[in-house]
Design a protein around this ligand. Structure first.
Ligand SMILES: [Mg+2]
Length: 99
């Protein structure tokens, strides 16, 4: 749930640059994070660079969540979390007693 200052920031950002620009910016920030992670794995980037790109993506996801509807997004997250929990139970069901 965004704080009021976040919602105000998202509203101003959308009013200034428009919806399509925000979609494009989200794509760009996700690509930058992906690149930073690949560089981090190869020792070409530090954790600080990854964290910096994560911050950009977190802000963009907040923006998109607000634009697409926070409640709808939160329901999707809840649904995905339940699927992941089910998958973990399935994967780990045969591992009991070996560790
Ligand atoms: Mg970035």
């Amino acid at each position: 749930m965004p704080h009021d200052k976040d919602t105000e920031l998202y509203r101003r950002t959308l009013a200034t640059w428009g919806e399509q620009a925000q979609h494009d910016q989200a794509v760009e920030e996700c690509a930058e994070l992906a690149t930073a992670l690949l560089h981090y794995r190869r020792g070409k980037a530090g954790a600080d660079q990854v964290i910096d790109e994560m911050a950009d993506v977190i802000l963009m996801l907040g923006q998109l969540r607000w634009m697409f509807g926070s409640e709808k997004v939160d329901r999707a997250v809840t649904r995905k979390r339940a699927k992941l929990e089910a998958l973990l139970r399935q994967v780990n069901s045969g591992k009991g007693g070996e560790g």
